[in-house]
Design a protein around this ligand. Structure first.
Ligand code: NIG
Ligand code: FE
Length: 388
């Protein structure tokens, strides 16, 4: 079956060869989808015929969001912790253990139902690709089942056994790193594409993070790193050195970190939901972009530091608080996320791409930042299938 989406007022292709600027913008455009793939993009009046057609009525069409960082296999919530933080308490990674206890106590069916619900929430807001991490199990069996459940929904699964030291190893962090790089890795690798580590004071230091990442890489997993979130540290340098696809958070960066990101192949993934919900200073996207680094935006959706599933929300905050232009933020939330996952089939609307598309109830992608908090998603297609 083929589908023609015609009368598109403004089309973001993310292919500079197809249109204006880095977003490859076209006005009065049309897109033809064949099965699960984009087959044709061009001026509306030249569009070929198709089996079905949709009238975009002058509205904006853009690639589905690529949310390259989330922690969606969990049970329970942390309302009390959020309340305490909004009454002045500082965010500490230690809250992760509360979610670990709730997650361990939950059945597979409960975890799967939660994950399904949050992915559906994301889809309704235009997100068509989601990376999902483990990290609330912290035992071999609980990490492996988290990833098995995640793998039932997405190919972008990330082994984060090294989120914090598991409760059984509170007095033996070295023993926990041995578990994460040994038996736990063995059990998790079949369900994971990526390996991640929370490189931070109170979690894992540079040496431990290197051990976790290199062990994962030896098993065929590709590295990404929670880096420089709560304080400056070795995470970004390690990520670039090991060729990680992405260094995530990047809130506290030295000039050397910024230069390493600009010169290396590692994407800086910024997660403004975390700073919003922990009342912390935002990362400086302007500094990274001006230095030539490639930037992605993602939700970091998790019950502790960033309980939002909304890419439009993150995008609006990034524009208002982090020095990004609306165009840069839209690029970071689509093509940037794709790059952070090393995907070439998503994050763009050009022939050969997966037909992951979102139609906005707005004339332009700029409205995502201009109209914060307003649900603008009019329609979503995932692999050519209308989902919302
Ligand atoms: O990305 N930084 C570590 N992990 C999560 C927080 C998880 C939690 O607080 O439960 C994050 O912000
Ligand atoms: Fe995270």
């Amino acid at each position: 079956m083929s589908l023609l989406i015609g009368n598109i007022g403004s089309l973001v292709t993310n292919d500079p060869a197809l249109g204006e600027g880095p977003l490859g913008l076209l006005s009065d455009a049309a897109v033809v989808v064949d099965g699960d793939t984009v087959a044709w993009v061009g001026p509306a009046e030249k569009a070929p015929a198709a089996d079905e057609s949709v009238d975009a009525a002058g509205r904006a069409l853009l690639p589905g969001f690529v949310d390259s960082h989330s922690h969606l296999v969990f049970a329970g919530d942390r309302t009390a912790e959020f309340n305490a933080r909004m009454s002045g308490r500082a965010y500490e990674a230690g809250g992760i253990r509360t979610t670990v206890a709730a997650t361990r106590a939950a059945s597979d069916a409960e975890l799967n139902a939660n994950l399904t619900r949050y992915l559906a929430e994301m889809l309704r807001q235009g997100t068509t690709t989601v990376e999902v991490k483990s990290g609330y199990g912290l035992s071999t069996a609980d990490e492996a089942r988290s990833l098995r459940i995640a793998a039932g929904h997405t190919e972008e699964t990330t082994y984060l056994g090294a989120h914090v030291v598991g409760p059984e190893f509170a007095d033996d962090p070295a023993g926990y790193v041995e578990l994460v790089t040994g038996e736990m890795l063995e059990a998790c690798a079949p369900y994971a594409r990526w390996v991640d580590v929370f490189c931070e004071r109170g979690a894992f230091d540079g040496e431990q993070a290197r051990a976790v990442l290199t062990a994962g890489m030896a098993k065929g997993l590709r590295p990404r790193v929670h880096a420089n979130q709560l304080s400056p540290g070795p995470g970004v340098q390690l990520a670039v050195e090991l060729g990680a696809a992405s260094a995530d958070h990047c809130t506290h960066l030295t000039d050397r970190d910024v230069a390493a990101l600009a010169d290396g192949g590692t994407v800086a993934t910024l997660l403004p939901g975390a700073e919003f919900s922990t009342r912390a200073p935002y990362p400086d996207a302007r500094r990274l972009l001006d230095a030539g680094a490639r930037v992605a935006l993602s939700t970091d959706c998790n019950p502790g530091s960033s309980f939002t599933s909304s890419m439009p929300f993150c995008l609006a905050v990034a524009v208002r608080e982090m020095g990004m232009t609306p165009d840069e933020a839209v690029h970071a939330a689509t093509a940037g996320g794709a790059l952070a996952l090393r995907r070439t089939d998503v994050g763009r609307i050009s022939p050969g791409a997966r037909a992951d598309l979102q139609l906005l109830d707005a004339p332009s992608h700029v409205h995502l930042a201009y109209r914060p908090g307003v649900p603008l998603t009019a329609a979503v297609w995932q692999g050519g299938v209308r989902k919302a």
